[in-house]
Every structure is written in structure tokens, then in C-alpha cells.
Design a protein around this ligand. Structure first.
Ligand SMILES: *Cc1c(COP(=O)(O)O)cnc(C)c1O
Length: 249
């Protein structure tokens, strides 16, 4: 009797998991110390389901409408959705319909809008503070200098549970520059753990994507957001998701 052929998605997923575990060990941590958020933008629910059936629970979406649609399609599956893209305050109600975590918290007005809605529905939310470590004007996220004051402000919102930080590195194949971004985020986290009101709860570093997640883990990432390394290249250019990004993946 022959086993059914393993799908390409599952084979890729297993390979990425192996590389994540190896990079974690290289950075002096346990092989399971890093959480994989599988980024499903542009991917059809049937292919996402292959990964879910292979044990992948954490899924990430960049856009609210697309995320909501897929969450509906996968209703009842043991999955947890992270919002990882820029979030407009008027979409807060829609994002909270499906997201268990928002990694792209980048301004006070968004914190206010999230808190207001969360209060009214009586729940809390895990959040990561997005930081612009590349210094590129087109990127969302707080400047590193603004982080301490923002964390003080956040402490006033009872429904928001800040767990750490998220960043996108500079879009460049230059390893030194990409690692500089990751190291900067780690320094910001380490300083916040000492100084911020939330202190010890600020553990997460969400950094690293298909092209650079192994570097990110070596620099301390606790969460990586990977899509194309599992699902293959996207039909839409990254500029559709990130203003100012190059037209290629
Ligand atoms: C698309 C996306 C990723 C994953 O990128 P891949 O190249 O598919 O690995 C990570 N983070 C954010 C914010 C994204 O929008």
C-alpha cells in the first residue's frame, strides 16, 4: 500500500518548520521556541486547510476584508488569526470579528478605537506594537524614539494586552542591513522590559518573513510571519500590501 503523496504545501511547511527549529537551536533556544504565523494572503481556503490539517494553527492576514472572508470559510477549524497589516480605525469592528491578535498597532487613535469596541463586546486582545526599524518613510510603525511614550499611553487601555513588538525589515538582500533592523527591534524590546509599565509581559518579537526568517530567529525573533516559502509566489506585487514596496516579491 502506498501513502498518498504529500501535498506541496505540507512538504514546504515541514521544511520551514525544520529550518525554524534549527535556527532556534542556533540561537541557543529550544527548537519549539519560535511561533510560526502562516501568512495566507491571496491563498485559497482549500490550500490553507492543507496546512491546518498538518497542524498549523496560527494564521496571519494583511487585509481585514480578505481575513474576514477566510475566517468564515475556515469557521470551526482549530485556527487563530493574527492581523498583521495596516489597520484603519474604521475597520476595527470587522477585524475583531475574526482576529485574536493585532500585530500592527502603530498609533494611539487605533488603540482608542480598539479599546472602545473591545469594551463594548466585553473582551480583551493581544497586541504587538509595530515599529518602523528601517527608517523608510513608506513603512508603517512608530519610530523607535516614540515607543516608550506610546507604551505608557497603552497602559491606560484595560482591554489591550501588549505582548511585544513587530517590524518589517528594509526590503533589501543586504544581510547586514536586514539584521540591523532585527537587532534594533530586540534592543527596543529589551529596554521596554526594563522601563515600560507592562514590563515583563513584553516578550514577543515578530520579525522575519520568507526571505529572512532564519536571520530574524538568530537575532531573537519569537514569532516569524511566513507565506511564500510555504504557498509559493504571490500573484499580486507586494506594493498591493505595503505602500512603497518594490513590485516584486
Ligand atoms: C505578506 C506578509 C508577510 C509574509 O511575507 P512572505 O514573503 O509571504 O513570507 C509578513 N508580514 C507581513 C506584514 C506581510 O504582509
Amino acid at each position: 500500500m502506498s501513502e498518498p503523496a504529500m501535498s506541496e504545501v505540507v512538504a514546504n511547511l515541514n521544511l520551514v518548520r525544520e529550518r525554524i527549529a534549527e535556527a532556534a537551536v542556533r540561537s541557543g533556544r529550544a527548537p519549539d521556541a519560535v511561533r510560526l504565523v502562516l501568512v495566507t494572503k491571496t491563498v485559497e481556503p482549500s490550500r490553507i486547510l492543507e496546512a491546518v490539517r498538518a497542524g498549523q494553527a496560527d494564521l496571519g492576514e494583511n487585509k481585514v476584508q480578505e481575513g474576514g472572508r477566510k475566517a468564515d470559510a475556515l469557521a470551526g477549524e482549530p485556527v487563530r488569526w493574527s492581523m498583521i497589516g495596516h489597520l484603519q480605525s474604521n475597520k476595527v469592528k470587522d477585524v475583531l470579528r475574526f482576529a485574536d491578535e493585532v500585530q500592527s498597532l502603530d498609533r494611539r487613535s487605533l488603540a482608542t478605537a480598539l479599546d472602545k469596541r473591545l469594551q463594548s463586546v466585553g473582551r480583551g486582545l493581544d497586541v504587538l506594537v509595530q515599529v518602523n526599524t528601517s527608517g523608510e518613510a513608506s513603512k508603517f510603525g512608530l519610530t523607535p524614539e516614540d515607543v516608550p511614550a506610546f507604551l505608557k499611553d497603552l497602559a491606560a487601555f484595560e482591554t489591550l494586552r501588549p505582548k511585544g513588538f513587530m517590524t518589517l525589515a528594509t526590503f533589501t538582500p543586504d544581510e547586514t542591513e536586514v539584521r540591523r533592523c532585527f537587532r534594533l527591534l530586540r534592543d527596543i524590546r529589551d529596554r521596554a522590559r526594563q522601563d515600560a509599565p507592562q514590563g515583563d509581559t513584553l516578550t514577543d518579537l515578530s520579525m522575519g518573513m520568507s526571505g529572512d526568517y532564519q536571520w530574524a530567529i538568530e537575532e531573537g525573533a519569537t514569532v516569524v510571519r511566513v507565506g511564500q516559502a510555504v504557498f509559493g509566489p504571490r500573484p499580486l506585487p507586494d506594493s498591493h500590501y505595503w505602500p512603497g514596496a518594490a513590485g516584486t516579491a
